[in-house]
Design a binder for this molecule. Structure first.
Ligand code: DQA
Length: 147
């Protein structure tokens, strides 16, 4: 059974109360349940995590990279939050591990402020998904099974 990492960056612990008009009213626990159901459906093991700290997220990408090297990782779904738009280090971590990573956003970042239009992660990602609300998470897990 292969593992999928679903990683969430800064402020995603506030889902449910954070700008519900943008991010909806479901909590991160609800999102974890959506991911757990998808992983059960596709016969995958789930590692679901959230951190507000860039270094912790980098460590988790490295951890996923070790599983990848052992042939035990299907891929990573990563909502890096605002670090998407700022972090060369997350780009480098992703490239350095060779993992299959889907960059995910709940909102359509391209329909929002200009500073959200650039992603440091996208060039290191296999695919980018955004604007599907939290339904994007199980869809991204399914996408990992199909690519
Ligand atoms: C986000 C979009 C980012 O621009 C923002 O900083 C977030 C959430 C999203 O899921 O839509 O924190 O990644």
């Amino acid at each position: 059974m292969k593992t999928v990492y679903v990683l969430n960056g800064p402020n995603l612990n506030l889902l449910g109360t954070r700008e519900p008009a943008v991010y909806g009213s479901q909590t991160l626990a609800d999102v974890e349940k959506l991911c757990a159901d998808a992983c059960e459906k596709w016969g995958l093991k789930l590692e679901f995590r959230q951190s507000n700290h860039e270094g912790t997220l980098i460590d988790w990408i490295h951890e996923a990279g070790k599983l990848h090297a052992q042939g035990e990782l299907l891929g990573v779904v990563f909502n890096a939050g605002a670090y998407t738009h700022t972090s060369v280090a997350l780009h480098d971590a992703t490239k350095g591990t060779g993992i299959t990573l889907i960059e995910l956003h709940i909102s359509n970042v391209h329909a929002r402020e200009a500073f959200r239009h650039h992603s440091y992660l996208a060039p290191a990602a296999r695919a980018v998904m955004c604007g599907l609300g939290v339904a994007g998470y199980p869809l991204a897990i399914e996408a990992l099974t199909r690519i």
